[in-house]
Write a protein that binds this ligand. Sequence first.
Ligand SMILES: Nc1nc2c(ncn2[C@@H]2O[C@H](COP(=O)(O)OP(=O)(O)OP(=O)(O)O)[C@@H](O)[C@H]2O)c(=O)[nH]1
Ligand SMILES: [Mg+2]
Length: 681
Amino acid sequence: MPVSKPEELRNICLVGHGGVGKTTLLENLLGLCSSVSRIGTVEEGNTVSDFDDEEKERGHSISAGVAYFAHNGVEVNVIDTPGYPDFIGPALASLGAVETAITVISAAAGIEVNTRRLFEAAGREGLARAIVVSKISSENLDLPALVAIIQETFGNNCLPINLPTGGCKDVVDVLTKETGEADFGDPASAHTALMEAVIEADEAMMERYLGGEAIEQAELGAALGKAMAAGSVVPIFFVDARDKVGLAALRDAIVNYFPTPVTGKPRVVVTGEGESAKETSVEARADGPLVAQVFKVAADPFVGKLCVFRLLSGTLKNDLPFAVDDERGSHKAGHLFKVFGKDHREVSALVAGDLGAVAKVEDLVYGSIIHAPNSDSGEVGTPAMPTPMYSLAIAPKTRGDEGKISEALAKLVEEDQTLRATHDAQTAELVISGLGDLHLRVVLAKMKRRFNLEVETKSPKIPYRETISAKADGHYRHKKQTGGAGQFGEVYLRVEPMDRGGGFEFVDDIFGGSIPSQFLPAVEKGVRDCMDQGVVAGYPLQDVRVVVYDGKYHPVDSKEVAFRTAGRGAMRDAIAKAKPVLLEPIVNLEVVVPAQFMGDITGDMNGRRGRIQGMDQLPGNLSVIKAQVPLAEVTTYNSQLRSVTGGQGSYSMEFSHYEPVPGNVQQQIVAMSTKPKDEEE
Ligand SMILES: Nc1nc2c(ncn2[C@@H]2O[C@H](COP(=O)(O)OP(=O)(O)OP(=O)(O)O)[C@@H](O)[C@H]2O)c(=O)[nH]1
Ligand SMILES: [Mg+2]
């Protein structure tokens, strides 16, 4: 039975670079608490959280796996997230559902790129954080050096809560004890360091401590939870999941100290928009108003569309109706589940703070709010996602499959916040965009496995855009008289460049009804037609303000279609005179390599029109290089980095902004593109 009080819940998310041992850690925690009878391994493909065929085959996580275990009357929900940068989407989405993010760092591999990104993202989300140093039974480790590196990278508030002992066969607790033997460091001073950091976060306790009063162990535990929730202490645990070292200590700390839904990150619902937006805090109370938010959408082979949510407030019952977002009408869950890997276990009610799921509620999407019927929905923020920029054009292998492919993609897009599918107006191709090569390969593998659809792919496409660099006027008069009723519409407009990222603005500055207002939407449609098609090389235009200021109409012959054509013509006329330019996406690239490769990387970056933004020495004889580079130059950075460093190093890439393409490059792109055909008018 699920718990009935929010205080009896803990929600944890495991994050960290690929292969650090998150899935193995969860599996062994489940084993320790008898939630599974047989402990699976990633190698055998039988773990609870990596149940998807794609995950089993590849030996790493791709989506967020949810499971839970119970200990001493507390239920701990754990989300195991993928560590490869290409699958950061589900990891970020999961941060929205928990109080605490545990960053797992492999003792052998140290801090890798995605580990840093996720540790920082968890901080931005206002979560409590903990660190697990994993695989401590491995050979040739320098754990004291790793602790120093962690503190240097993530701050001195990262402090061991236990230390390995007996040659990494066990751990000694240093929160409640100051005695014992450790493999490195001194438990007494580790105890003092942690205790003082914890006490510092509590003013009253601090005064008592300074006044010479002894602080009880039990108090210290509660204070640690508070200090974690406030972000002032990040405890470091030492674990080897495979050898069962430090597991019980981790479990006990989660259960005894970690923030609960009541004491953890405060949640707010925003109602209204713009200036009238109002924030209301949501307390994790069983008798509070019903508020739940979907953080994962998945397709289940048995129950269909499964939406996994975090209940922020209230109690959700299987036989009571609920509403979705700002829709009218209500749904009934019918079946309410707790998710355990690939299984969903039916429950009759869930209480604030818990994670649960409902099936087959088509209106629910990622980020959706479930609330009581006839109540205001409001919105709850979701973690920021990187913009998918790595694109492939795809075409069906079997003719006639186009429709099925679009349908399959729509489902896959619904499940993945970092996947987009678009139709390229210029080439009439279907284009999928994601975070990298591996991401898209997995999407195509899923399409084959789940929908039995195979596609041909074309080399990565760069999502160029177009814009204008000057103001200009445009005019078009559309007149047709071919027997029967005629067509007439005439439009004068002006285009103006907007700041980068401004998008599109359509301004009605018509005076004296020279174009009757009912035709303006048609003019705007015509203008948008032209925006979609571009004029330089057929890419969509952006950052353009269009002001329609004059025109003419005919009482009989003026029709919507005539004004649409006139709007398009006037726009084309104006754009051609407004010094149009091609824009290209620029990405922020962060590369971490052994220090000796720094020169090679910066040299390579310069050759790719990159701008180095910063270089730094990282602890552990590593260097980090940050640069802004045109996406077109780094679409295969995976193999580029491998060839420069022989397989060492890692990187992350994130869309930054659009910039005009240098003249010579623009010429090449224009030459390679097929310009949009002038439509028949
Ligand atoms: N020696 C040792 N090996 C481990 C331990 N934990 C995991 N491994 C091994 O490390 C590899 C990766 O483990 P996973 O649990 O899949 O790592 P992950 O962090 O879930 O990886 P992603 O899902 O790709 O993010 C596997 O080969 C595991 O058997 C451990 O505690 N000790
Ligand atoms: Mg995993």
